[in-house]
Design a protein around this ligand. Structure first.
Ligand SMILES: C[S@@+](CC[C@H](N)C(=O)[O-])C[C@H]1O[C@@H](n2cnc3c(N)ncnc32)[C@H](O)[C@@H]1O
Length: 281
């Protein structure tokens, strides 16, 4: 198996393991936390009544439902995701004009030329071979179809991961190895030159990038906040690989590192995102 195929498979396994289960269990909270971002995505995507929308990596379906409401009963949103636990949650939220499928967007046999709009809220950064995946997804789009997705800016600009990972680096026996520039993961689309390459190679126009920052809010108790942070981000995967003793040291280190971010009755960490827009050529 090639490196890209192995990485792709590892992502699918991860989203069907404890991480996917935790995202599924935390759906209501995630939706609340990402509401501002969903509104920003609606603003740049401009869904119109009656449009056919493809939501890549739709997860528990929150963005699909928001876009389903915008396109109305005459429109349609198809949410595709590889995570069985998350798609199960999505199916429970469905509107009549939304449909969810357990589907690998890199290879799923989409109906050719069907969609007016491609959207994603943090669901496009996990392909082992993103150039090939976007070229495949392009076949599902009408010529001139719009694209609007949200992806994280680089790790250095995202303290909600930088802070816990930095704390773990200081206490774990073998420090985390940062992913390579071409490897999948939450920050794989932080580099605008790389995203432009992937999209133009895939048959899309050179994209525009709008910076969008929002407050990510966690409980003021740093121990509780640390518990939540390791459920949603890369620190969780790292912690799961550790002995019980190292996990306890890691949790204490993360909680200590979060203490300076207490603001009133919350811990607030900035989430820094690219809103990427383009069209199919
Ligand atoms: C960070 S989560 C975001 C979920 C959802 N869009 C949200 O905002 O709540 C990333 C999602 O991408 C999905 N994903 C990863 N690789 C995928 C692939 N090859 N095809 C479809 N979905 C994929 C994961 O299963 C996961 O649900």
């Amino acid at each position: 198996m090639s490196d890209t195929a192995a990485r792709h498979r590892a992502q699918i396994e991860a989203w069907n393991g404890p991480m996917g289960q935790q995202w599924a269990a935390g759906q209501a909270r995630t939706e609340r936390d990402l509401q501002q971002l969903t509104e920003a995505l609606l603003r740049v995507a401009k869904p119109q009544p009656g449009e056919q929308v493809l939501d890549i990596g739709c997860g528990c379906g929150g963005s699909s439902v928001a876009f389903g409401a915008a396109v109305g009963p005459g429109g349609f949103v198809f949410g595709a995701d590889v995570s069985a636990p998350m798609i199960e949650v999505a199916k429970g939220l469905a509107l009549p004009q939304t449909e969810f499928a357990l589907a690998d967007a890199a290879s799923y046999p989409f109906e050719p030329g069907r969609f007016d709009l491609l959207i994603s809220r943090f669901g496009v950064m996990f392909f082992g071979d993103p150039d090939a995946a976007f070229a495949h997804i392009r076949t599902a789009m009408k010529p001139g179809a719009r694209v609007a997705f949200a992806c994280w800016r680089p790790l250095a600009e995202n303290p909600w991961v930088r802070v816990p990972m930095g704390a773990l680096r200081a206490v774990l026996p073998s420090p985390p190895v940062p992913p390579g520039a071409e490897e999948p993961g939450p920050f794989a689309f932080g580099d605008t030159a790389r995203v432009s390459r992937i999209l133009t190679h895939g048959g899309f126009a050179p994209p525009a990038f709008e910076r969008f920052d929002f407050d990510m809010k966690f409980p003021a108790d740093p121990v509780k906040a640390a518990g939540l942070l390791i459920q949603i981000g890369p620190a969780g995967r790292l912690m799961r690989e550790q002995s019980e003793e190292c996990r306890a040291a890691g949790m204490a280190a993360i909680a200590g590192a979060l203490a300076p971010f207490v603001a009133g009755d919350r811990i607030v960490l900035v989430g820094s995102v690219w809103l990427v827009t383009t069209t199919a050529v």
